[in-house]
Design a protein around this ligand. Structure first.
Ligand SMILES: [Zn+2]
Length: 574
């Protein structure tokens, strides 16, 4: 079999990628990751945090596979030339001989080289570490857009490149350099693996799986599976599973498991969502999180629970159109920050004395994302200069005023969807108890979102995203950074003027840095400043009850958002 194994990909491009990562890999390469000297491990053979490992050191990869080392799950895929199958390092099957192994950094790489996914270890269930490819933000963003379906149906690499602000050839080159595969191969692999996931885990009929996974036609779906597995897709389903009738998904719901790389600080995530849950749109209870979902003109719900023993979230989607599944799942991944490799990020941040104790206390802390860019931006504006709780109530008023009702009436307290930009632009906002200038900002925001539907997508650098948002009347630097952090999911966004951050970064005597000093210190936290911010907010919130005034205490239980005076200090126009 002709493969593109590790050796073949040690091109100039790959070497460049390795160099780019080298400083980081070396800095975090200690296996025990305890504080201590970190710059001694040049040439270390097995480094679980080195994403270039599959391209660099086949022997080290083999040791990881032979020991079924779970730390490499999602980072290494092994193709076995004697069987044509590729596996996760944790596969229970007998370890293949070294000379039959080829190693890849992604499932797409293995699949493009002609290997088909193993039916035992199921590579589609490996944690997806998209954010990890952070050396190239263009590649990370490209992966996110592909996960959203950017290359399904009519989508082209040309159009994808344009959205990312690069040329088509440059995008292909970046993908090859960082992942060793083309964007099209990533999309194809994603379709196959997602379809396989649905075959194994749901009772969806095959035709609907074909649509849901983004295959243009059922015929194409069947052909692809026959080519890859030498049998029709239905043969991969357990005999006992009886498919549901077509069109029944809306009522029955589809449940899938999404794996993350542990640790995962579920209590912190749930506390964040609980503090902000908008009445009628979202609900947080002991079991998990439920919210209404609007997509492509249809309305449904999504419910998320934590499956701690399986390092996964269980996601149940009730939605009238199966084609929306990938987009909804991509949103769940973003909101719950499933792609983050917190061990790697934490190891980097813990090199700073200020952050080390915070990282040690909450090693699984994630950066919660916004469900929708416009919704998040509206929340940010509504929350200017008031408490998180007051902002939450205002959002509830806005939803009651102009959010579309869920068809069939309220279910479990979920009655409406968050209003669209068009609905907000057309609504009478005088019912909202807030200053007229801020109502004007809401309207300006809605109009800007209508004029540029991709306003909240990360395009170009963080600075470019922030500048674009600051052009909207009433949106200042703090709000723009906050939107970039939560909505555009910029891992490097950092609202340095935020009082919560300044308090969190105070020294032992309680002396706070100036925003300029904090920004300077944060330089060494790149490219993960958003995670540093989350840790500082969390530390600040946890420290608050002991030192804060009663007014502060009211907001302090809701972790990770700037409190009252934070917004004032951030210089927001009111
Ligand atoms: Zn396997």
């Amino acid at each position: 079999m002709e493969t593109r194994g590790g050796d073949a990909r040690l091109t100039a491009g790959a070497n460049h990628a390795i160099r780019g990562w080298w400083r980081f890999a070396v800095a975090t390469g200690s296996e025990n990751r305890e504080p201590g000297p970190r710059f001694q491990c040049h040439g270390r053979a097995v480094d679980a945090l080195d994403p270039a490992l599959p391209m660099r050191d086949a022997k080290a990869c083999y040791r990881a596979v032979a020991s079924r080392d779970a730390r490499f799950d999602g980072r290494i895929f092994v193709g076995v030339t004697s069987t044509g199958i590729y596996c996760r390092p944790v596969c229970p099957a007998r370890t293949p001989r070294f000379e039959n192994c080829r190693f890849f950094a992604s499932a797409a790489g293995a699949q493009e080289a002609g290997f088909r996914p193993c039916l035992r270890c199921r590579p589609e269930t490996a944690p997806e570490l998209a954010a990890w490819r952070g050396t190239s933000s263009t590649v990370s963003r490209g992966l996110a857009l592909i996960a959203d379906g950017a290359l399904d149906g009519e989508g082209s690499v040309d159009a994808l490149a344009a959205r990312l602000g690069v040329g088509e050839r440059q995008l292909r080159r970046l993908f090859d350099q960082h992942l060793g595969v083309s964007p099209v191969a990533v999309a194809q692999t994603r379709r196959v693996l997602f379809a396989k996931h649905l075959i194994h885990e749901t009772r969806l009929p095959m035709t609907e799986i074909a649509w849901a996974a983004g295959f243009g036609s059922v015929r194409r779906f069947n052909e692809t599976f026959r080519e890859l597995f030498h049998r029709p897709p239905s043969a991969l389903r357990r005999k006992a599973v009886v498919a549901l009738p077509e069109g029944s998904v809306a009522a029955a719901g589809v449940t899938v498991r999404l794996r993350y790389r542990p640790p995962y600080d579920w209590p912190a995530m749930l506390a964040y969502l609980r503090g902000r849950a908008i009445d009628g749109v979202e609900r947080v209870d002991g079991a998990g999180y439920v919210r209404s979902v609007a997509h492509g003109g249809a309305i449904g719900t999504v419910e998320i629970v934590h499956l701690a023993a399986r390092d996964s979230l269980g996601v149940t989607i009730r939605f009238p159109c199966v084609r929306a599944l990938p987009a909804i799942i991509a949103r769940v991944r973003r909101v719950f920050d499933l792609g983050a490799d917190v061990a790697a990020i934490g190891a980097h941040l813990a090199q700073d004395r200020l952050l080390a104790p915070l990282v040690a206390r909450r090693p699984g802390l994630r950066v919660p994302g916004g469900w929708d860019g416009f919704e998040l931006a509206v929340r940010a504006v509504l929350g200017q200069q008031i408490t998180v709780e007051a902002g939450r109530r205002l959002a509830g008023q806005l939803v009651a005023a102009c959010g579309t009702a869920v068809p069939g009436g309220p279910q479990g307290g979920i009655a409406r969807v968050f209003p669209s930009a068009a609905a907000v632009a057309a609504a009478d906002l005088s019912v909202l108890g807030m200053p007229g200038s801020r109502r004007a900002t809401l309207v300006a925001l809605a109009q800007a979102a209508l004029a540029e539907p991709r306003l909240f997508e990360p395009l170009g650098t963080v600075e470019a995203t922030v500048a674009r948002l600051c052009a909207i009347r009433g949106v200042g630097d703090w709000t723009a950074h906050y939107i970039a952090l939560r909505a555009a999911r910029e891992p490097d966004a950092f609202p340095a003027s935020d009082v919560g951050l300044l308090r969190g970064a105070a020294d032992r005597r309680g002396v706070r840095p100036s925003p300029r000093e904090l920004a300077a210190r944060a330089e060494r936290w790149r490219p993960w400043r958003a995670y540093a911010a989350q840790h500082l907010w969390m530390g600040d919130a946890e420290a608050a009850p002991a030192v804060a005034s009663p007014r502060m205490r009211r907001t302090a239980h809701v972790a990770s958002e700037p409190t009252v005076d934070a917004r004032i200090s951030a210089g927001q126009a009111s």
